[in-house]
Design a protein around this ligand. Structure first.
Ligand code: 6PG
Length: 222
């Protein structure tokens, strides 16, 4: 049953994203979509790839990325290429968050330049959320959390004890620069984390709270 619910959720989210992109593209040449990685978005990516859109005018980037090679199994760029940039959607412009530099600290400036050149404000930012309340790579145990929550820079290199690889994340400020925000989550555990987040306001404890003070459409299924 939950499988079917999650498929329907993915389809409904894809329809909402396609509608938002079409609405913005009726007024501007390019529209930007910011997606998250992880396991939840896969059926959504596949549903969106099947939508009828002027894909050459669509820009896609990520909320965050592991600092790994683009063909690594845990690369979000690879996930997007394999599940979203397929068929007609392959014509979209995809902007990854990694460079050939050894570390995200070294690559951050080049990535920021790329990101700053996109069609902001984004049409939509689709966030995921982990069991620890992180979203994008805004982790509660990251040394750079305060910086990522406060900076006006578009990206921040992140080191997180709970995560095996260094990461790069769009800053909270940059993620806020969108016309629409969605939180895409599934399962009872994440429902409980969201309930906790809604019941308090310490963003450092549950970083998803950084997005609870603006309209946030929650797409949830069991
Ligand atoms: C990533 C993102 C992360 C993700 C959540 C949820 O993993 O690339 O950094 O913010 O959206 O961790 O991940 P799942 O969908 O795998 O639960």
């Amino acid at each position: 049953m939950s499988e079917l619910c999650r498929e329907r959720l993915a389809t409904q989210l894809a329809e909402a994203v396609a509608e938002a992109l079409r609405a913005d593209l009726s007024r501007q040449e390019h529209a930007l979509l910011v997606v998250s990685g992880g396991s939840t978005p896969v059926p959504f990516f596949e549903a969106l790839a099947a939508c009828d859109l002027p894909w050459t005018r669509v820009q896609v980037t990520l909320a965050d990325e592991r600092w790994v090679a683009e063909d690594a199994a845990d690369s979000n760029a690879r996930l997007v290429r394999e599940h979203l940039l397929q068929g007609a959607a392959a014509a979209a412009t995809f902007v990854p968050l990694t460079t050939g530099h050894q570390t995200p600290e070294q690559g951050a400036e080049a990535v920021a330049k790329r990101i700053d050149g996109l069609a902001w404000p984004a049409s939509m930012v689709i966030l995921g959320m982990g069991g620890d309340g992180h979203t994008a790579s805004l982790f509660p145990d990251s040394q750079e959390l305060a910086l990522a929550l406060a900076t006006e820079a578009s990206v921040v290199a992140v080191r997180t004890p709970s995560q095996p690889q260094p990461r790069i994340t769009l800053s909270a400020d940059r993620l806020h620069q969108a016309r629409r925000h969605v939180l895409h989550i599934t399962g009872g555990d994440k429902r409980a984390v969201l309930a906790r987040a809604l019941a308090g306001d310490d963003t450092r404890q549950l970083p998803i709270r950084a997005f609870l003070d603006c309209p946030l459409a929650v797409y949830w299924a069991p």
